[in-house]
Write a protein that binds this ligand. Structure first.
Ligand SMILES: [Zn+2]
Length: 305
């Protein structure tokens, strides 16, 4: 009975339901389609754009990275952790510690028959040195030293202690004479000086008649606008060293943590023979080679007479 009553009710409501359904279909459905359809289309468009971005990005990246790589090996934005300086990892810690340290090769008492060979070695490595010249040797070698970019300094004309340290007048006459030689060879004067025996020499006491000439000369050279240089690395090629091996060892084992002014003599063949090995050692250990100028480290010993 209950079933019968329900079916009758359904039958009575059916026209209303049909009407409601019709209204719903006619008015509501297009609205639903419009509302739901628009975002779907946008999503689809966005999705297409996104896919294109994803596809295009690696292509752009590749082209940018490869172009940069071929040009300058600069780190790209797409590579957040680029390799730093490519050379650095190849340096040993010892080399890195020495970076920025300078060796000034200086050669006294020339020119000599060995000077041309020395200039060839320096040229081979593109290294500039300093020559404290005298009246010895072929003057054209001073010209060559200058033309090849080396610094020229004065070391007196005769280098005879009994003459140069006999009086201040004698010393400056010696200096003027070698200056004239440098001017003749190079067309230029120089204000670089090295005292025979260095500023700390005491041999001058033998010849200066008790005048403490080195104290005077050290001050007077400065008064005359000259700059005198000593050294802080002695190859000892004018002393106990008699072979290239000894010169090499004396130099490389006493290089300073900073600036090294190395004393050698280009009128000693075994000392010149050590220069290439010294250069190779310096380059392999990260040193820079330079010539002296008036503003360079002077390595003054301190006057002792
Ligand atoms: Zn000398």
């Amino acid at each position: 009975m209950k079933i019968f009553r329900r079916s009758r009710l359904r039958r009575r409501r059916r026209p209303l339901v049909r009407l409601a359904l019709f209204v719903a279909i006619v008015f509501a459905l297009p609205t639903v389609l419009i509302i739901s359809g628009q975002p779907k289309d946008e999503d689809r468009i966005n999705s297409v754009i996104n896919q294109r971005d994803v596809l295009e990005d690696p292509v752009i990246d590749f082209r940018e990275v490869s172009a940069k790589d071929s040009e300058a090996e600069e780190p790209s934005e797409q590579n957040p952790e680029p390799d730093p300086e490519p050379e650095e990892p190849e340096q040993t810690p010892e080399q890195a510690a020495k970076t920025g340290e300078i060796i000034y090769l200086t050669f006294d008492d020339g020119p000599s028959p060995y000077t041309a060979n020395l200039l060839d070695i320096l040229k081979k490595y593109g290294i500039k040195a300093t020559f404290f010249v005298t009246g010895a040797g072929d003057e054209s070698l001073i010209t060559r030293e200058y033309n090849e970019g080396h610094a020229i300094g004065l070391h007196t004309m005769t280098h005879r202690y009994d003459l140069v340290y006999s009086s201040p007048e004698a010393f400056f006459a010696e200096l003027d004479a070698v200056q004239a030689r440098v001017k003749n060879a190079t067309g230029k004067t120089t204000n670089l000086v090295r005292f025979p025996g260095g500023s700390s020499n005491t041999i001058s006491r033998r010849y200066d008649h008790g005048t403490h000439i080195m104290s005077y000369l050290a001050q007077e050279t400065t008064n005359r606008g000259l700059v005198y240089f000593d050294w802080n690395v002695d190859s000892n090629d004018a002393g106990t060293a008699k072979t290239a091996g000894e010169v090499y060892t004396n130099v490389v084992t006493t290089l300073k943590p900073g600036e090294s002014v190395v004393l050698q003599h280009d009128n000693r063949d075994f000392s010149v023979a050590a220069v290439e090995s010294i250069i190779q050692y310096g380059l392999e250990h990260g040193y820079t080679f330079a010539k002296l100028d008036a503003g360079s480290f002077t390595a003054h010993h301190g006057v002792a007479n």
